[in-house]
Design a protein around this ligand. Sequence first.
Ligand code: PGA
Length: 226
Amino acid sequence: VLESLKGVGRGRLQIAVASTVNYFAPRLLAVFQQRYPGIGLRLDVTNRETLVQLLESNSVDLVLMGVPPKGIDVESEVFMENPLVVIAPPDHPLAVERRIPMPRLAEEVFVMREPGSGTRQAMERFFSEHGLTIRHGMQMTRNEAVKQAVRSGLGLSVVSLHTIELELETRRLVTLEVEGFPDLRQWHLVYRRGKRLSPVARAFRNFVIAEAATIAAPTLFRRENP
Ligand code: PGA
């Protein structure tokens, strides 16, 4: 720890995270800030498309996101699992069913994130990999809007388990037991290859790789997979 403290001092750290990562990033930052109280932190929260632009223009230290971008020379490291789940309102007929066959999803309407969203890309990939067509319902640019829409009966959706911890606890939403889900993806820490990380950025990178999964894994998931 002393070794890594060297040079961190009053450094500044600028990170950008996917809007889905925002559900746990502040928890990480709180622990990190306790360890290095002198540092200045700036957190940008945005979707995948904008994160890729930030990496392209080299305007942040580190990015936390789903799938690292292709076509830009980046270093990327996995730091935690990202389970994607199908969500529904608690009174949905499928909520009580077990082992729902995947093709059954093709009969449902799905609330979609915007095209620049990594969650949406993952969802589209899942459907196309399994030869299913998504029936698009409304499109919304925020996880919060998607969750409210699903809760109001506008359709199902596929979201990161990290975004719905509170709703599962209070049973405002349920996850459906569909074959193939949770679709286990991974969170990546990404930065430009060859970028000289500042001491504070390096300390944050080490911290995320070593401890993020312990601090921020979704509690419900932890219970299912002890
Ligand atoms: P997004 O985040 O859906 O907010 O873009 C997820 C990701 O980066 O994969």
